[in-house]
Design a protein around this ligand. Structure first.
Ligand code: ZN
Length: 122
C-alpha cells in the first residue's frame, strides 16, 4: 500500500511533468506534490491539480494506486462510454484529438457540472 507522507499544492518553480497525463507542468503553475512511501521506497509524485481531481473520480485504484496507465485507460473508457457517436462510428468529434491534459480538464468540467464524485467504468 501507498503511505502518503505529505500532500500539498504548490507553485512550480521550474518545469515538471505531470505523472498522470505526462504533459508539462509549467513554471508558475500550481500543481500537487505528494511524498510517498511505497513498500519501503520513498518517492515524490507530481501532477496537475485537475488530473489528481479527475483521477479520484474516475479511477478505481487498486493497491498500486493511480498511475499514468490506469489514468489514461479510465479517460479512454469514459470517452468511449459517454461520448461515442454511432453516426460516425467513432468518438464525438469535439472529444477527438485532444492532448491528455486538455482531455482531463474537459472530462473534469463535465463531471463537476453534473456533481459527480465517483463513477465506475468497469
Ligand atoms: Zn496532468
Amino acid at each position: 500500500m501507498i503511505e502518503v507522507i505529505s500532500d500539498k499544492v504548490v507553485t512550480a518553480r521550474k518545469e515538471y511533468y505531470c505523472e498522470l497525463c505526462i504533459s508539462k507542468i509549467n513554471k508558475g503553475q500550481k500543481y500537487r506534490t505528494q511524498f510517498n512511501k511505497y513498500f519501503g521506497d520513498v518517492g515524490t509524485f507530481r501532477a496537475h491539480t485537475e488530473c489528481c481531481e479527475l483521477a479520484k473520480i474516475i479511477v478505481d485504484a487498486d493497491e498500486d494506486g493511480i498511475d499514468e496507465d490506469n489514468f489514461k485507460e479510465a479517460m479512454t473508457d469514459y470517452v468511449r462510454k459517454y461520448h461515442y457517436d454511432e453516426a460516425i462510428d467513432d468518438i464525438e468529434v469535439e472529444w477527438q484529438r485532444k492532448s491528455d491534459y486538455d482531455l482531463a480538464k474537459k472530462i473534469l468540467s463535465e463531471l463537476k457540472a453534473n456533481d459527480t464524485t465517483h463513477i465506475s467504468l468497469e
